[in-house]
Design a protein around this ligand. Structure first.
Ligand code: BES
Ligand code: MN
Ligand code: ZN
Length: 497
């Protein structure tokens, strides 16, 4: 599987610092004042730390970034990393420091002198997330990742605080692996199998096949998969960490989107291997909740389909009846995500009876036109819930921007022959897609729709992810569950961790 560093929290032991191999890292604040470990390293290197941290360039370093002294004299280590970080850093700065370490140390074994630093778990999170690499299909996988050891004044306390944080990192990694996986490997069947493996963590997993979905009347979802050799599936994952009515997380899981008969252009079509990004995030959150044994009741539901053109594929002009009973005129087979989601949303409300619902989907190219790659589009029917989501995303550093819903947009979905069309035209394309979904959400269910087309996977490296799948949303949704749905809710702040 993926390369993930093993991370340990150990007592401080400065004696072997001269002989330790691999990479060593230490933190220094803006004032250049050296802590105990840094002073020891300064002596070993005959003042190299003092020189580096009194240089003019040091003061200009953003917090969380640093410099490397290669083959430092007086030490056996290959490299000594000095990271600018205050003793009580903010969440973002702590993660940035960890991400810097991941870039600077690569695969090398790493000793991090963290002494009395606060937020060590967040540094570790940054290290884990930025150190991720998807190498499953490389014959030469490169060197195995060296372990990272954080030397802390109170290692047991730090380890206990880090455990739930690193559980979320594993959730993010699970999402990224799924999203990065090519579509010939991650078929609908393989996807379901990987979700069934969550049973080992105590998640109840149910897989509905095509006959079962036909009996339920999920004809909109089924229409999308009709042209594919891979069978459509609905996977329901339940984490019962409390007895309250659950939060439902619904994900679009189009394992590959050719557009169907309304075929996409060839250039860039390979990117549509990430069209299951919404389902990937749902899976990652479920894994995180299970690993940290969250005291919340959450049900993840993902519609797994492949959108292919073939002799059995749905065609433009087809009319299908959704599980809700409303009929849909399919005018563009490439607007398939909403056809999948409408039936899964309805199933969720009828069967799961959720207290609230969040859906995620790489739904529209129009979302990228509107917000680029920096923000997911956020839609909601409930201002309080939405406000809490937006603040949580802000805390986690995951871009999210609220977009409008209104009757006039809904009117754009009117069909002359059915209850609605599956497209609303080019103007406001992300909004009309959201309006389509809203027709399948009951008024009394607080609901958030996240169009993650722009943020699920990136062509460039970002702060916490190398290029490719980001896992956007796992951190925010995990924190939202903690703040709003756990039995003993935390205050809605970035408490510790
Ligand atoms: N999966 C695509 C949206 C998408 C585009 C995601 C680019 C990520 C990157 C979706 O199924 C789609 O094809 N949407 C169409 C809708 C249109 C036909 C109304 C689109 O955005 O062009
Ligand atoms: Mn499409
Ligand atoms: Zn799609």
């Amino acid at each position: 599987m993926t390369r993930l560093r093993s991370i340990a929290f150990d007592p401080v032991d400065l004696d072997p610092l001269a002989t330790v191999a691999g990479h060593v890292a230490v933190f220094v604040g803006a004032d250049g004042k050296l802590g105990r470990a840094a002073r020891r390293l300064d002596r070993l290197t005959r003042g190299a730390l003092t020189r580096a941290t009194t240089a003019e360039s040091w003061a200009k370093k953003p917090e969380g970034e640093g410099v490397t002294l290669a083959w430092p004299a007086g030490m056996a280590a290959e490299a000594l990393h000095l990271i600018r970080l205050e003793r009580r850093p903010g969440l973002t700065e702590a993660r940035r420091a960890g991400a810097s370490l991941a870039r600077m140390a690569g695969a090398k074994p790493l000793v991090v002198l963290a002494e009395n630093l606060a937020r060590v778990p967040q540094v570790a999170l940054g290290l884990a997330l930025r150190g991720y690499a998807f190498t499953d299909h490389k014959s030469e996988r490169g060197e195995p990742l060296g372990a990272a050891s954080f030397q802390c004044a109170k290692p047991e306390e730090v380890a206990a605080a880090a455990a739930p944080v690193l559980a979320v990192a594993e959730g993010v990694t699970f999402t990224r692996d799924l999203v990065n996986e090519p579509a010939n490997v991650l078929t609908t069947t393989e996807f379901a199998t990987r979700l069934e493996a969550l049973r080992d963590l105590g998640v109840e997993v149910e897989v509905l096949d095509e006959p079962q979905m036909r009996d339920l009347g999920m004809n909109a979802l089924l229409a999308v998969g009709e042209g594919s050799a891979s069978p459509s599936k609905l996977v329901v994952m339940r984490w019962r960490g409390a007895e309250d009515a659950p939060l439902a997380l619904v994900g679009k899981g189009v394992v590959f989107d050719t557009g169907g008969i309304s075929l996409k252009p060839g250039a860039g079509m390979e990117d549509m291997t990430m069209d299951m990004g919404g389902a990937g995030v749902v899976a990652g959150v479920m894994k995180a909740l299970a690993l940290r044994k969250a005291a919340a009741h959450v049900v993840g539901l993902v519609g797994l389909v492949e959108n292919m053109p073939s002799g059995t594929a749905m065609r433009p002009g087809d009319v299908v009846r959704s599980m809700k009973g409303d009929t849909i005129e399919i005018l563009n087979t490439d607007a398939e995500g909403r056809l999948v989601l409408c039936d899964v949303l309805w199933y969720a409300q009828e069967v799961i009876k959720p207290a609230a619902m969040v859906d995620l989907a790489t739904l529209t190219g129009a979302c990228i036109v509107a917000l680029g790659y920096e923000n997911a589009a956020v839609y909601s029917n409930e201002d309080t819930f939405c406000g809490q989501f937006l603040r949580t995303a802000q805390t986690e550093g995951e871009g999210a921007w609220r977009m409008p819903l209104a009757q006039a947009y809904d009117d754009m979905l009117k069909s002359p022959i059915a209850d609605m069309k599956n497209i609303g035209g080019r103007p406001g394309g992300s909004i009309t897609a959201a309006q389509f979904l809203k027709r399948f959400v009951k008024d009394d269910v607080p609901w958030i729709h996240l169009d993650i087309a722009g943020v699920a996977s990136l062509k460039t490296d970002s702060l916490l992810a190398p290029k490719g799948a980001t896992g956007w949303g796992v951190l925010t949704l995990d924190r939202l569950v903690r703040a709003r749905f756990e039995t003993r809710p935390e205050a809605e702040t970035d408490a510790e961790g």
